[in-house]
Design a protein around this ligand. Structure first.
Ligand code: SAM
Length: 259
């Protein structure tokens, strides 16, 4: 088969280190018969061992050349190929409980994480390779430089852990940055305590919109001095100091006020 030329616009860096591939598959622990979808199978570095262990796998791939190869290499009983953009794909249509894995295209990592968060209720777990810098933001704790909107909104929905780092040399072509493997497990629904999640999202976005400003400024559309007092919150703090539970308390206070 003709050699595939990696397309930058699709964030194509193909895994080529068999040790790393084995470690990722061991981390995923696929069991025969499980419902799983791989985002961006590419040349199939992870697809082959996954199909072997599961018996059947769903994949979502955008690149037509790669899709043609997948059809040549796998029968429909072993692999269901969904042609298209993972950012628009309805992961809920595959059924539940769904496991989602992938060496994600780094140019769309944040939007894809927010898109996937919408299907949390159908998801059993997710294991992804992403650039390390993004993974550090996902798992960041309050008060650190990496802590921001991505940390709060994902930690609201998922328990997350960084499994291990992957150096650029494990890929062809090699990316410029270090990568990490992250595992995300949805939290039980009863732990999701924001009465209005869209409002929580708006408040978190506002709080981190201007990182150097205090909550008094960034949240002025939501809270006045009396609200800060009622919440027992120092208006002179910056958003990066607040834990996720405090953002939820703010959102619920604002929702109750408006009700
Ligand atoms: N899984 C392969 C591996 O580990 O070698 C390929 C990983 S490569 C970093 C990302 C893959 O995602 C490529 O196959 C690329 O074509 C695909 N891709 C890029 N954007 C996509 C999108 N919006 N929807 C679905 N797949 C996409």
């Amino acid at each position: 088969m003709e050699e595939h030329r990696a397309r930058k616009r699709f964030g194509q860096n193909f895994l080529s280190d068999p040790n790393i591939i084995r470690r990722i598959i061991d981390g995923i622990r696929p069991q025969a018969g499980e419902l799983m979808v791989e985002i961006g199978p590419g040349l199939g570095a992870m697809t082959a061992p996954l199909v072997e262990r599961l018996g059947h796998l769903h994949v979502v791939e955008i690149d037509r050349d790669l899709i043609a190869r997948l059809h040549e290499n796998y029968t429909a009983e072993r692999l269901t190929v969904h042609e298209g953009d993972a950012l628009k794909f309805d992961f809920g249509s595959l059924g539940a409980p769904l496991r989602i894995v992938g060496n994600l295209p780094y140019n769309i990592s944040t939007p894809i994480l927010f898109h996937l968060a919408e299907f949390a209720e159908a998801v059993k777990d997710m294991t992804f390779m992403l650039q390390k810098e993004v993974v550090m933001r996902m798992v960041a704790e309050p008060g650190t430089e990496e802590y921001g909107r991505l940390s709060v909104m994902l930690q609201y929905r998922f328990r997350m852990g960084r499994l291990f780092d992957v150096p650029p040399g494990a890929f062809r072509p090699a990316p410029k940055v270090m990568s990490s493997i992250v595992r995300m497990v949805p939290l039980p629904v009863e732990q999701l305590t924001a009465t209005d999640e869209a409002l929580l999202g708006r408040i978190v976005t506002a709080a981190f919109g201007q990182r150097r400003k205090t909550l008094r400024n960034t949240l002025r559309d939501f809270l006045d001095e009396m609200d800060f007092e009622a919440l027992g919150l120092d208006a002179g703090l910056r958003g990066e100091r607040l834990a996720m539970a405090e953002f939820v308390a703010i959102a619920n206070h604002v929702a109750a006020k408006g009700a």
